[in-house]
Write a protein of this length. Structure first.
Length: 474
């Protein structure tokens, strides 16, 4: 999702290890032999993120690994209802602001988590004797204040979290009991009003494979798309048990993507029954690799987030006694074999390479094959329109045979429209002429894949679409 940064050659790393410049990792992994995960992920056109706790940002090792390896952050608890509105209409954003400010200073995108959820809900909401109109007002006010606080700063919001039971029925939360099935659509519309630029997600666990629960979510998303409810993505949490990543994960991601929404793995950890053994670590490595490869195989899968930086602070041992070691870094911040599995999936070098033997290049017997072609197309789509204003989206597709590292899109507005806000790109406008270039996280587009950017605009009179939109790639 950014301009490709060249990896260091493995043989140079080996030489540095020999002379003592770079210390060997105690767990015998090879994290230093590859570019950081964030860079490898960007080169594949996705982000690689982690959940972040504000109270750990004062720990130097935590911050060092966080900023080196991850280009997306999700607040673990700091944006949930009990943290942001502990009493009615009394809001607290101190810890959430701390995470947002840190992420912005370190080039990390932010996934907001979560606006409406039955858990970590203050008692004044869950135990209130509400009428439907009162609870609707409470929910909309909460969304307006929390999502509005970070308007234009976040990549995405988990608008509603965990609204379904395992059998596909609706979870009987206070929102479901009082407001019925319609509360989810109401929440999404309120989130769109609060932040028109953020991607709006439904997020849940145990929907990674095709089952009764994921079928229910699938049917809801399909209905939302038909009804014009502003849903942009589905988050598959990915709290897996060792050796139990669903074999139909990729197929399931793809069927949701075919509905026209983004998909993402949003809370991945793979917990190990204790004690940890080398065989279990090897299985965990294979499981992590399987998850990342499933995302990469689906063009609308935009990223993977692991639920924590280090095993030291993982939620797993407290919730699942006798299980743990679920993340990529151990208690001492050493990368585990699972880290190497992610590196392998992302196309990095997860094993040290020997110093190469230099030999003259042979003279080819025939002329070399022509280099692969690169090229892109751009498609303009009007998303929404209101008096004097509109929202549009442009999809950039790689129609060549080699990866795109960066792209530029240009067009001329026919009716004097003006862009007022644009996301997922950097734009300039001179009169009617508009040029948009990729930002750091979406410049790389694989052959056959696509990315998109969107914007808000103003107009007077008519709001005609550009007659042509050009795209150039390199």
């Amino acid at each position: 999702m950014s301009v490709r940064s060249p990896r260091r050659h493995a043989w140079k790393i080996g030489l540095a290890l020999l002379i003592g410049v770079i210390p060997a990792v105690a767990t015998a992994t090879t994290a230093d032999a590859a570019a950081p995960l964030r860079q490898l992920a960007e080169a594949k056109g996705i982000y690689f993120g982690t959940a972040v706790a504000a109270n750990r940002l004062g720990e130097s090792q935590y911050v060092q690994v966080l900023d080196r390896e991850f280009n997306s952050v999700t607040p673990e608890n700091e944006m949930k209802w009990d943290a942001t509105e502990p009493s009615r209409n009394s809001f607290n954003f101190g810890s959430a602001d701390q995470i947002v400010n840190h992420a912005q200073a370190n080039g990390q995108i932010i996934r907001g988590h979560t606006l409406v959820w039955h858990s970590q809900l203050p008692s004044w909401v869950s135990n209130g004797n509400w009428t439907a109109s009162e609870l609707t007002q409470v929910m909309e006010n909460h969304i307006s204040n929390v999502a509005g606080r970070y308007r234009g700063k976040l990549y995405a919001w988990d608008v509603v979290n965990e609204a379904f039971n395992e059998d596909g029925t609706r979870r009987q939360t206070v929102f479901q009991r009082v407001l019925g099935d319609g509360y989810i659509a109401t929440a999404f519309r309120a989130a769109r009003a609060a932040d028109p630029t953020a991607k709006l997600y439904y997020n849940d666990y145990n929907i990674e494979g095709i089952n009764a629960k994921s079928n229910a979510v699938y049917n809801m998303v399909r209905q939302f798309k038909q009804q014009g409810v502003p849903i942009d993505g589905v988050g598959f949490q990915g709290h897996f048990i060792l050796g139990q990543v669903p074999n139909d994960l990729q197929q399931n991601l793809q069927r949701f993507a075919d509905l026209g929404v983004e998909v993402a793995l949003t809370e991945v950890d793979i917990r190990i029954p204790l004690p940890v053994t080398s065989a279990k670590l090897a299985q965990q490595r294979a499981d992590y690799e399987k998850v990342v490869r499933a995302c990469l195989a689906v063009s609308k899968c935009v990223g993977v987030t692991v639920w924590g930086v280090t095993d030291k602070y993982s939620w797993v041992p407290d919730v699942f006694p006798g299980e743990g070691a679920a993340l990529l870094f151990d208690d001492n911040y050493n990368p585990k074999p699972a880290y190497d599995g992610v590196v392998t999936a992302l196309g990095g070098d997860s094993s040290p390479s020997p110093t190469p033997t230099l030999t003259p290049s042979p003279i080819p017997d025939s002329p070399p094959s022509p280099p692969p072609s690169s090229g892109c197309t751009a498609t303009y789509r009007l998303v929404n329109e209101w008096p004097g204003g509109f929202q549009a989206e442009v999809t950039v597709s790689n129609n060549g045979t080699s990866p795109i590292n960066r792209w530029t899109v240009s067009w001329s507005f026919p009716s004097g429209q003006t862009i007022t806000q644009l996301w997922n790109g950097e734009h300039t406008q001179s009169g009617a002429n508009v040029t948009v270039r990729n930002v750091y996280y979406n410049g790389n587009v694989a052959p056959g894949a696509s990315t998109s950017f969107g914007f808000l605009g103003s107009f007077s009179g008519s709001n005609g679409a550009p007659s042509s939109v050009s795209c150039t790639a390199s």
